[in-house]
Write a protein that binds this ligand. Sequence first.
Ligand SMILES: Cc1cc2nc3c(=O)[nH]c(=O)nc-3n(C[C@H](O)[C@H](O)[C@H](O)COP(=O)(O)OP(=O)(O)OC[C@H]3O[C@@H](n4cnc5c(N)ncnc54)[C@H](O)[C@@H]3O)c2cc1C
Length: 502
Amino acid sequence: MPGSSSQTLDVIVIGSGIGGLVTATQLAAKGAQVLVLERYLIPGGSAGYFERNGYRFDVGASMIFGFGRRGTTNLLTRALEAVNVRLETLPDPVQIHYHLPNQLELKVHRDYKQFINELSAKFPHEREGIRRFYDECWKVFNCLNAMELLSLEEPRYLTRVFFQHPFACLGLVKYLPQNVGDIARQHIKDPELLKFIDIECYCWSVVPAEMTPMINAGMVFSDRHYGGINYPKGGVGQIAQKLVEGLEKAGGHIEYQARVTQILLENGKAVGVQLANGQTYRAKRIVSNATRWDTFENLLPAEQMPAREKKWQQRYQKSPSFLSLHLGVKSEVLSPKTECHHILLEDWAKMEEPYGTIFVSIPTLLDPSLAPEGHHIVHAFTPSWMEDWQNLSPTAYEQQKEAKANEIIHRLEKIFPGLDAGLDYQEVGTPRTHRRFLGRKDGTYGPIPQRKLLGLLGMPFNRTAISGLYCVGDSTFPGQGLNAVAFSGFACSHRIAVDLGL
Ligand SMILES: Cc1cc2nc3c(=O)[nH]c(=O)nc-3n(C[C@H](O)[C@H](O)[C@H](O)COP(=O)(O)OP(=O)(O)OC[C@H]3O[C@@H](n4cnc5c(N)ncnc54)[C@H](O)[C@@H]3O)c2cc1C
């Protein structure tokens, strides 16, 4: 048994999402004694998977950044290499095929010029503005991609990086408090094109350009053409599986079905955790990969929430969760040139509404081994609030699932004619499913600003108001997405390593 109430470990990580696993592997590689406690049966959280009837479904993420071979922003590649494990990835030639109002059909090609030319052909009067806007995103990316990405809470690192890359650092300081909308409007005037920039942001930040930090946009809008979007062979779940393999090789441990119910405090300092089965563990440092809401309202006494957290909750709210359709379909439903990722929106006014925008991933177009021969996986999901799914009888809940799923399938028939008739398998997940299996309050996708904020300035780093307790994952800087939470993991492990003198 790795650790018991009598033994003090170096670090306990609560949760094995990608943020938690990157923290754990980085620290284990530095020689720390690390224990990861995961409430579920497998690692990965929102980057996990499940298997049914010969299909291997990704529970959430499937458009994966961070697997490039060059630069410094390829954090998933680096996280795996740090613990001597490798993962084969499959390049995706198109990030997204958009199906938008007014028959606006657009593909974001891996090749930057091809994308800019396709977009400019739709908005020829904005050719110059389009180029200037996306080029400005490259400026942000080039600054990030020039430096080693570690903890911004570590003054010696900041000084070193500043002297090594002064112009890149000054560039980032300039963009840190900025949002995409303000910059887009400096270059672009066409209202429909500005709507397109909105959905370019919304599809990963779940807020429009006005509220989306420029730093994140610089990463997303450029890395898709630089490192590209690459799908892990064997499914997204492989990333977490490989990180666990690396963790164990480096001497760390993970326990499954180990739900932490309480972070133990002594004299106001975090010193250990208690599990649902009553077992306790102690460590010099505790890391929570649960959301900030779960950490400060469930694992710690909500009535003693530190002022800093209360302030954060005034600035950020929980985004909606998703209604997810995991479909197995006959191959003939998809025409030969179908792309892996699609976004469908019929009315701009409904972009942010529940069930307004539909996201689709068809990972079997890249890795056919995830479905039985002659079949594909279609994962369709759309924002949905927990409130819609509460206080329903079991029958009413099932009926609502069925009705909503039918509506989504009906809408998807527009881009995939024959989808309904070609269905072989269907599993519907609601915000309740996300809450239950991912352990995330209200099944939320993550924090979104309550109002327009100064870019990323309000996002907290890894240290918390409680001594010895750190947070990692999507409710820390720089936010949602696998590569973003990997960044958070690198930063968290760096800060802890310095604190422990490793
Ligand atoms: C439908 C959907 C689609 C997405 N698509 C993409 C995409 O295409 N590309 C992309 O990059 N990102 C995507 N994302 C976002 C991305 O998946 C997340 O931002 C990221 O995986 C979050 O990682 P995390 O480290 O913050 O933790 P999580 O994934 O939330 O993992 C936290 C882990 O902690 C465990 N845990 C929680 N509480 C406890 C406890 N008390 N005790 C023990 N264990 C606990 C949980 O079981 C879980 O395993 C998507 C998300 C969803 C839901």
